[in-house]
Design a protein around this ligand. Sequence first.
Ligand code: GDP
Ligand code: MG
Length: 739
Amino acid sequence: MPIRIALAGNPNSGKTTLFNALTGSNQYVGNWPGVTVEKKEGKLKGRKDVSVMDLPGIYSLSPYTLEEVVSRNYLIDERPDVILNIVDGTNIERNLFLTTQLTELGIPVVAAVNMMDVVNKNGDKINAEKLSAALGCAVVEISALKGTGVAEAAEAAIKAAESGRIIPHHSFSGSVEHAIAHIEEAVLHNLPEEQQRWYAIKLFERDKKITEKLQLGQAVLAHIEHDIKNCEVELDDDSESIITSERYRRIESIVKDCCKFKNKGGLSASDKIDRVVTNRWLALPIFILAMIVVYAVSVTTVGGFATDWANDGVFGEGWHLFGIGSGAYEAAALADGGADPADYGVWIPGVPVIVRNLLEAVNCAKWLQSLIVDGIIAGVGAVLGFVPQLLILFIFLAFLEGCGYMARIAFILDRVFRKFGLSGKSFIPILIGTGCGVPGIMASRTIENDRDRKMTIMTTTFIPCGAKLPLIALFAGALFGGAWWVAPSAYFIGIAAIISSGIILKKTQMFSGDVAPFVMELPAYHWPTASSVLRSTWERAWSFIKKAGTIILLATIVIWFASNFGWNGGAFGMVEMDSSILAVIGNAVSWIFSPLGWGNWRAAVAAFTGLIAKENIVGTFGILYGFSEAAEGGAEIWTALAADFTMLSAYSFLVFNLLCAPCFAAMGAIRREMNNAKWFWFAILYQCVFAYIVALCVYRLGLFFSAGVFGVETAAAILLAILFIWMLFRKQKKPQATD
Ligand code: GDP
Ligand code: MG
């Protein structure tokens, strides 16, 4: 029989870190709740017969959010052979609240006290033996991050699963036990013995979902209600609070017996950092500065250098090894157009050059050569050229996440968001969305309030995800001369779009309501391990590369075909690009976008291919502007693109593509999470209309203020801008229903 180990614990207790250590897999480790929203299964290293399940974090077995439901249902319906309960040793009191409930399920439990490295460093002591006796389950001390005790924890779990022994649990006060015994007797005698107690406690707490699940008749319900009422009268509290407070009282005494804390009251180093970083006045400026640095460095300075090399070198003409000789060559090329770069330093030709020469050598058919060089390499290469930049961005993000700063950002922004009637919880999906919108949208499951959840799903993809970065970088380089502010501005436009959408939507009847409280532990700051940063960076980058090799590859082939074939004088065949199928389609739809300043067919087509995947926008430009045909003497390949745009129309194009409907994968996630076709279409429509209006205002108002151009579109833009501002600042109607 295979053994199933379930990892359960509070959010942020280190479940996923332990899961990765146990199974050798690469799941996403994050510093906030909501990262693991689906359960994940893996095999224990070296033991094919033991499977490990990583569950979303839970604070208790009374679920309030969707992800908590996932965990609880798994535990009570699938009944794993053993629960490996991860307890954050630096926050033991709160974590044991879940432990006391898990031990009632009638499933063997092993408690793994995690973060022992931090506990030991703080000089705190936890007595594992005493704790084990008090909780009635095995206790192992581990550090999932450092890997200590991990093997022992797995061993203990396997042993517990094999013995199947469940040690007797603790008792509540007399009258509670009395009611529970009655409930067990009255309704639960058909259940297996070891499960009865947990269900009885839940029925005592009047847990709605469990009551529904057991399908009890009216008479039976009335009967137990009588028992519960009696107990409530006797203890003068409602049944759920009785159980909760008894649990806390018990935990308090356990912790007093088993743990010694050294540093009571003093400020730790982490607290001191937080005094500055989460300071009421400094927090926001520090955050803004951090984001400017992250985006500016990854797109322009370091990242820009790396991308120039990738675009002009590897996917362009070629490059000098270590850059030696390129200076001398450029000087020579200026003086003498026929200079050969190979005469200076070690010259390595670019991929397109190598492939073209190869294809010519084997006498490859002209059309196939064009497909490979002008289609696939130009398209996929244009996308892959941005990998170095992405790597740098992802390293930054992984570091900020790993050290604990990102968790603070959610906390800091909660204060800002709250003023506008939004919860900081909405920001967690957005933070995750900086990597990819799909997990970002899924992370909205942590939000209890259904309206806030829908709103978050609708707005999460406004933030630039990894796939939008190449577009930002391309435009920053091609049209803004690599200006440092372009990339950070894209990020802040995303945040502004989210906040203003939040304000506008909250003022409508559909979304009004109170903000749910936001509770979240701030983990202590720590240096992330190099391996965890690299792993997270690699994971994100790899999914980008994989996409380039699959979806983007397919798309480039289709785009190459559509841009090279068409009807010429009634006959179908290869034609000039301007009369290709793609040009016909692009010209047919470009009027939609011409008020935004980019009514040329290439841009219109690119915006549409962006719906397949946002990287496709760059890939499409790569093919349509022939990026693989690097100009003589290594001249800028971006000039063709720059000729079709002005700075204003480029910025309008950028804004539109950042804010409009996301890629198909993310739309699929929106559809799944909304679970309703009407809401899905509403979300997509909202995003597109929002993007259109902002882009229109950017272009038309920009043109008006910079060149004094005024037309019908300008008037429309002014009206829309006024409407937008009115929607932002109008007084909110009193919500009708209170809930
Ligand atoms: P989950 O939400 O329970 O899945 O928690 P994660 O595995 O995502 O970990 C949350 C954070 O705690 C991450 O930043 C981890 O690097 C960190 N962490 C996990 N285990 C340890 C540990 O043993 N020691 C320390 N210092 N940090 C840890
Ligand atoms: Mg996790």
